[in-house]
Design a binder for this molecule. Structure first.
Ligand code: ADP
Ligand code: MG
Length: 475
């Protein structure tokens, strides 16, 4: 009878498909209208089920009658005997029609004796998909993800993917960049956006660390098949911090299998890493080459503008009011990562509340001392010199000579003025820093600057702008 079925199938698929997917199948029994087919592997079974379920179903019904049903046996790898694989269950009778419980969200592990978790060989109308808790944080959305030069490519790729998960050329999307630069926020935002636009897609966010632990647990209990199968049910898999896979060789193997299956089935894969794929030493080459299939987008440290914008978004979220100069000051002084910026914001708010004080520059400076690594970054004469040179486009070396060129004289006077104002250095030391002017020159320069400020508004405006820069750079 199976021969008859094969003949029909042969007519309906091309030769290669037939050879690949149907010739290896063995019909092992026929009892009570149940045809049992033996297939070589779990993957094989899933492939059949995904691609040829209808054909198989129609064919056996035609040959054996309407009541005919399919059952699979999977040949276990590494063993010669054929075992019944618990995953390959055909669900006769009542289980077919039993509706799944609403909201039976599951986390790992999946158990095959739970009828809702079994993929049925036949698509059953009205049977809803298994629901998986996506493990997403609803606060990480695109709305509050500030766009900047540092993340533009990754962000727009993310938005694009969310529209058409699995159907863009950005598969996988690999987002990489330093700690606290917004990788997790971005990939979670993609997940949340997919959920909004495609409520039926199974989205799962998982950290590589959790994935490794789950894998170890399942390996202990001989449940690796369940583990892999669970992940193969996902439509959009978001795996955070995959650099953690580097020492975990077995995890790389299993992730490789899952990756291939998902990718082949047109499912979306999104990965993050704190190292660029090309620098991931210890990651299997076959994985690295797959990471290159899609888009590798790096996130840079957020720039000054972006840091300010992020602070404003966070303030709005917390309902905080913070003066502009304080926002600038914080954004200027915390450059390493956004998490620290947030920490500073919270500390500032806490101080203000506890001491019943307004949030102002004074308070900000005190709070920030705990956050800026080079605590109390003392303004040095050199720093001021550089800032001024930068502002007036005067070469630094020129400033250290006794030239009388107009623009150098101007810059020198202003630098001396700021040095006197912002450092605790003596007039002599200040003079020495300019190639050996004496203290009277320093005094004279400061007087000139003050006079010009009184009389020349443009000069004053420039100076105020420069003053702000110097203040921002100092504690
Ligand atoms: P990473 O995963 O790269 O270490 P996160 O995504 O955890 O960094 O970001 C750290 C914090 O900074 C999070 O609270 C996140 O909301 C915030 N953050 C980072 N980048 C941005 C951004 N562009 N816009 C808004 N918030 C951001
Ligand atoms: Mg992260």
């Amino acid at each position: 009878l199976w021969e008859k079925c094969l003949a029909i199938i042969k007519d309906n698929v091309n030769w290669r498909t037939y050879q690949t997917w149907f010739e290896p199948i063995k019909a092992v029994s026929l009892n009570d209208n149940i045809v049992t087919l033996q297939v070589p592997s779990q993957f094989f079974y899933e492939w059949l089920e995904e691609h040829y379920v209808e054909l198989l179903g129609k064919t056996i019904k035609r040959v054996l009658g309407k009541a005919a049903r399919l059952e699979y046996r999977i040949m276990m790898e590494g063993s010669s005997s054929t075992q019944r694989n618990p995953a390959s269950i055909n669900m006769p009778g009542s289980t077919h029609t039993r509706p799944p419980k609403e909201n039976n969200f599951i986390d790992m592990p999946l158990k095959w004796d739970d009828p809702h978790n079994i993929k049925t060989p036949y698509a059953i109308p009205g049977l809803k998909r298994m629901q998986i808790d996506p493990q997403l944080n609803g606060n990480y959305v695109f709305d509050n993800y500030v766009e900047g030069d540092c993340n533009r490519v990754a962000r727009s790729a993310g938005l694009h993917i969310a529209q058409k998960p699995g159907a863009t050329s950005f598969n996988p999307l690999v987002v990489f960049g330093g700690v606290g630069w917004g990788k997790t926020h971005l990939v979670q935002a993609i997940g949340n956006e997919v959920r909004r636009l495609h409520p039926n897609k199974a989205v799962l966010y998982v950290s590589a660390e959790k994935f490794i632990n789950q894998f170890i647990d399942h390996a202990k209990n001989n449940e690796i098949n369940d583990f892999i199968h669970f992940y193969q049910l996902i439509d959009v898999l978001i795996m955070d911090d995959i650099h953690l896979f580097v020492p975990a060789v077995k995890t790389q193997d299993v992730f490789f299998a899952i990756f291939n299956h998902l990718h082949q089935s047109g499912k979306q894969i999104i990965l993050t890493s704190d190292t660029a794929p090309r620098d991931m030493e210890g990651m299997q080459e076959r994985l690295l080459s797959r990471f290159r299939w899609g888009l590798n987008a790096d996130i840079q440290a957020p720039d000054f503008e972006t840091r300010q914008a992020i602070l404003r978004v966070k303030m709005r979220h917390e309902g905080l009011e913070i003066p502009d100069d304080v926002v600038k000051y914080m954004a200027y002084n915390i450059q390493s990562n956004v998490r620290e910026l947030e920490g500073a914001l919270i500390a500032l708010f806490a101080q203000a509340t506890l001491n019943k004080k307004e949030i102002d520059m004074d308070l900000a400076k005190r709070v920030m001392k705990n956050f800026v690594k080079t605590a109390a970054r003392e303004m040095t004469i050199e720093n001021i010199q550089k800032l001024v040179c930068d502002y007036y486009h005067v070469p630094y070396e020129k400033l250290l000579t006794k030239t009388r060129k107009r623009e150098v004289v101007l810059a020198r006077q202003i630098t001396m003025y700021f040095a006197k104002k912002f450092t605790k250095q003596s007039l002599k030391t200040i003079g020495d820093h300019f190639g050996g002017f004496d203290h009277t020159t320093v005094i004279h320069s400061c007087q000139t600057v003050e006079n010009l400020m009184e009389t020349d508004t443009e000069y004053k405006e420039n100076l105020m702008e420069l003053l702000q820069k110097v203040q921002l750079a100092s504690i």
